[in-house]
Design a protein around this ligand. Structure first.
Ligand SMILES: NC(=O)c1ccc[n+]([C@@H]2O[C@H](COP(=O)([O-])OP(=O)(O)OC[C@H]3O[C@@H](n4cnc5c(N)ncnc54)[C@H](O)[C@@H]3O)[C@@H](O)[C@H]2O)c1
Length: 395
């Protein structure tokens, strides 16, 4: 089992990664919660994603039981539409019914939606109880599980859902990551999680992160990772969590204005990606087409967004064309898209990008790769370069 400490200024998180970690959840959780002179909790509220196989839920409960922690559990079927204040109420009610006291934890077992909501429930209930995050999708393991961003989407009076508009920074006391739970994850979601790993690889040579070979390692091990090799998955997850940890430790609340560090770097591929993700009428070309299913998953939009960002960077003369080619090769080997059909005219895409949360004083802030493992925040990039980025992903 690998141990990573996330030294965020507010509260540190203890992360444990390895096969079988969930079977040891009880003792790992008690160790993380017993800092200081706090009495160990005697009970926990377990909030479970209905997509998680029952044997995983039972194993976690048994481990908590063995450690002398009684659990009250509740199951939730999650979606972006129910990741709202209304959707949060039944979770808060579960904490109320468990009569959870101030020092007793919420334990989240599920994907990124369940984790974001359970973390926000923990941040709000009695003005904050501890929480333990047990992520069960690759994306939630490598990305959402650390950094303490919790929250829900907010429905405006125009009925439009504003993604993650409401929330709190609330660090989990412990994050328990067991790669074995990925056995049941659909292949498309595995590939989407790998998109965020590729993203981390593109900024992992940033000073202070110091894992410059992460991108190359991912390219070399795509086969093992997609075949669920336990050792490869454990290494992937631990290295990616470390990248994210090093970034958020220095800029917990995403306040840094630095162009070469700071939490904003993690937004690589997301300004282009978020703009196209909800667009109607898009389809992936060739073997990647998913007729009938949602046209673009988040990880697929991020993959396309990274290609657009790399092409934009090449157009600006900030990166060598080989950087873009190498990125595309990696994405193709994973089974992620580099092109999409049905994109509207460029000005429509640019307009959608301007709604990005990261727009500051009306100026677009793009994260652009400038070399292997190195990115920069570029404010107000010339529209010709942005257009070149968008054109690069048109099928
Ligand atoms: N807090 C953060 O820093 C952060 C970072 C990135 C993303 N997010 C959020 O994460 C969410 C996306 O997370 P996600 O990609 O995990 O999607 P998700 O939570 O929607 O889960 C995807 C699907 O997988 C199912 N599932 C979960 N674990 C499974 C398992 N082991 N086997 C089979 N099925 C399983 C779920 O029930 C769900 O249907 C978004 O809402 C996003 O905003 C948060």
């Amino acid at each position: 089992v690998q141990h990573i400490r996330v030294n965020t200024p507010s509260t540190p998180s203890e992360v444990f990664v390895g096969p079988g970690v969930l079977e040891r959840a009880g003792s790992l959780m008690l160790a993380a919660l017993s800092a200081g002179d706090q009495a160990p909790p005697r009970q926990a509220a377990l909030l479970v994603d209905s997509g998680v196989p029952q044997d995983v839920v039972d194993g976690l409960r048994a481990s908590l039981d063995q450690a002398g922690v009684r659990t009250t559990s509740a199951k939730f079927t999650t979606s972006e539409r129910s990741k709202t204040l209304e959707g949060l109420e039944p979770m808060l009610d579960a904490l109320l019914r468990a009569k959870l006291e101030r020092h007793e934890p919420v334990v989240a077992l599920g994907g990124g939606i369940l984790g974001d909501m359970a973390g926000f429930a923990a941040a709000s209930y009695r003005r904050g109880v501890p929480w333990i995050n047990c992520p069960t999708t690759l994306l939630s393991m490598v990305d959402a599980s650390v950094g303490g961003k919790t929250g829900v989407n907010l429905r405006g009076s125009d009925a439009v859902l504003k993604k993650n508009m409401l929330g709190a920074f609330w660090q989990p006391a412990a994050v328990l990551v067991d790669p074995r739970v990925l056995a049941s994850l659909p292949a498309r979601l595995m590939r989407c999680g790998l998109a965020e790993c590729v993203k981390h690889g593109m900024l992992s040579a940033t000073p202070g992160i110091e894992d410059p070979m992460l991108g190359a390692w991912i390219s070399e091990h795509v086969g093992d990772l997609l075949a669920h090799d336990e050792a490869a998955l454990s290494e992937l997850i631990a290295r990616n969590i470390s990248v994210k940890a090093r970034v958020v430790e220095r800029d917990e609340r995403e306040e840094s204005a630095a162009s070469d560090s700071g939490r904003a770097l993690l937004n690589l591929g997301h300004t282009f990606g978020h703009a196209i993700e909800p667009m109607p009428g898009l389809s992936l070309p060739g073997k990647l087409a998913h007729p009938g299913a949602e046209s673009l998953q988040h990880g697929e939009a991020v993959a396309l967004g990274m290609v657009a960002a790399a092409a934009c960077s090449v157009e600006l003369g900030l990166a060598h064309p080989s950087l873009c080619e190498h990125l595309e090769q990696t994405l193709v080997s994973i089974g992620l898209p580099t092109k999409v059909a049905g994109l509207p005219a460029t000005p429509v895409v640019v307009e959608a990008m301007s709604h990005d949360k990261k727009v500051a004083s009306g100026k677009l802030r793009l994260i652009l790769p400038i070399g292997r493992g190195v990115c920069r925040v570029i404010v107000d990039a010339p529209s010709k370069a942005v257009a070149a980025g968008i054109d690069a992903i048109r099928a």
